[in-house]
Design a protein around this ligand. Structure first.
Ligand code: URA
Length: 241
């Protein structure tokens, strides 16, 4: 791999920033300063250091984003800002969303460039639970709890009828609740709520499987998943959830 690419990935920089770092003589390969950005490195053998710190190349990254309302779950759009626009720092990783949220929905979104990881989490077979906080216009009843468990017949985004899997409705107070679903069909929570006569006024995703939205993040902020979180989620999915 070319040195500038390696440095860009290793430090989370753009390719031109990486070239500047190389030009400035801050990179050593096997203890020799290398200033040529097109130098070919052997990722397995060479010891590459930045400012005397050993660099490890990260092929895949996993980002936890607090998606704010008003951002589209897409990589590019002509009319609206997208969740990918929020993560400029890692633009060169070509990140995409692990599942989508509606434009007006907030909360936990995981972004990655690891297709297999994304597939494991979003595959309907894995039943990864996603927990949401919801505020509706009126209020849920105890019959609604039963109805959510039994499931609803809904149309998906392609006009096909499907039966929802059992979902948990935990009523918090008059018009607020937690809802946990293990699939992710188009507008699913809003449609389920409409089935019991409730219009969603506010929706926020709190967790995906064992990963909860970091309370330190504010809307629009993000951080990398820790290795423990990454492993937790992968193992969780491998067990079949
Ligand atoms: N269900 C919805 O209706 N919208 C979302 O954004 C996520 C789940």
């Amino acid at each position: 791999m070319r040195l500038d690419k390696y440095i860009a990935f290793g430090l989370g920089k753009t390719r031109s920033e990486a070239r500047g770092i190389i030009r400035d003589g801050l990179i050593t390969i096997n203890n020799e300063v290398v200033r040529k950005h097109n130098w070919i490195v052997d990722e397995d053998q060479d010891e590459i250091k930045y400012d005397n710190e050993l660099l490890t190349y990260k092929r895949f990254i996993y980002v936890m984003l607090y998606k704010p309302a008003g951002y589209l779950s897409a990589t590019k759009d002509e009319n609206y800002p997208t969740v990918v626009d929020l993560i400029k720092e890692y633009a060169h990783y070509d990140l995409f969303m692990v599942g989508r949220l509606d434009i007006d929905t907030e909360g936990l979104m995981i972004m990655t460039n690891d297709g297999k990881f994304a597939h494991r989490i979003t595959s309907p077979k894995r039943n990864v639970p996603k927990k949401y906080f919801v505020r509706v216009n009126q209020g849920f009843t105890s019959q609604d709890v039963k109805a959510f468990l039994e499931g609803f017949s809904l149309y998906d985004g392609h006009k096909n009828l499907y039966q929802t899997k059992p979902a948990q409705l935990e009523i918090l107070n008059n018009n607020e609740a937690y809802i946990t679903i293990s699939e992710g069909k188009y507008h699913q929570i809003k449609k389920m709520c409409l089935k019991v006569g409730q219009e969603v006024q506010y929706l926020k995703r709190l967790s995906i499987g064992p990963i909860a939205l970091d309370p330190k993040l504010k809307p629009g902020e993000y951080r990398l998943l820790t290795e423990t979180e990454q492993r937790l989620l992968e193992n969780y999915c491998l067990k079949g959830c």
